[in-house]
Design a protein around this ligand. Structure first.
Ligand code: IYR
Length: 255
């Protein structure tokens, strides 16, 4: 059918285990149950224009090198670096400051392998059936397929879950406004933080794998998989497609 859009309709879909009982509406927290917040002065550094210009160029130079890399080295990466990168991603302030994310960092080889088995099994069906001929042919020049060696090889797999609502220590639920875009912004900052330390990843959104991966990783039903990032150094023989970026004039409109 013409409006068949598996990347929208299935990719992020995980309606498992949110039962009528979970949704009964009585156990949501009221804003007046939350403590009042003091407001404090805020004055981040202000740079001279010349410094601003230089910093804008430096950051562009750094992030302009970012590529999706599917060939990742098995070399170990210090855990503290990953922790700091995730701390940075968790700084993202959005959606009434609900911090609606869980970053699951997998380094255990057996668990990585189980993730690989789930992802490859579903991706094979995706490529052969669910994605459809047009999507598969649109991707052909990127030379991707359902074999995901990086899921075994990368020292870390970071699975980012959005919390569709929060659960407070007293068991009450808290609304997580704009949780998907909040977590997406946080993922963007995570990608920049990885680039900043010289690590690589590929932003994978394994279609139809969310529910199984959530159960494997024992995450609760309010958490839905948004993205899976294999993280490590690039393999010494890593290649990437020679893509060109749109020029500034194609992406900006000044009015
Ligand atoms: N999820 C599949 C397919 C895929 C989809 C897009 I859009 C890409 O940019 C690349 C791959 C996979 O990871 O192979």
């Amino acid at each position: 059918k013409a409006d068949f859009r598996p990347w929208v309709d299935q990719d992020l879909q995980d309606d498992t285990e949110i039962t009528a009982k979970d949704d009964d509406g009585n156990d949501w927290v009221d804003s007046n149950e939350e403590e009042d917040l003091p407001h404090v002065p805020y004055s981040p550094p202000r740079y001279p224009e010349e410094t601003m210009l230089q910093r804008s160029k430096d950051m562009y130079a750094l992030l302009n090198q970012r590529r999706s890399v599917r060939f990742i080295s098995p070399e170990p990466v210090p855990r503290e670096v990953i922790d700091n990168v995730i701390r940075t991603a968790g700084m993202c302030k959005f959606g009434a400051h609900t911090e609606p994310w869980t970053f699951v960092v997998v380094s255990d080889p057996e668990m990585k392998h189980q993730i690989r088995q789930i992802v490859e099994e579903e991706e094979e069906v995706n490529y052969r059936q669910r994605m459809g001929d047009k999507w598969v042919s649109d991707l052909a020049r990127l030379r991707t397929n359902w074999i995901k060696e990086y899921l075994d090889v990368a020292p870390y797999l970071v699975l980012i879950f959005k919390q569709t609502y929060g659960i407070l220590p007293n068991g009450k639920k808290k609304t997580h406004y704009y949780n998907e875009i909040s977590v997406s912004i946080s993922c963007g900052i995570l990608l920049a933080a990885l680039q900043n330390v010289g690590l690589v990843t590929v932003t994978s959104t394994p279609l139809n794998c969310g529910p199984q991966l959530r159960l494997l990783l024992k995450r609760p039903a309010n958490e839905k998989l948004l993205m899976l990032l294999p993280v490590g150094y690039p393999a010494s023989d890593a290649t990437v497609p020679d893509l060109k970026r749109k020029p500034l004039d194609d992406i900006v409109v000044h009015i």
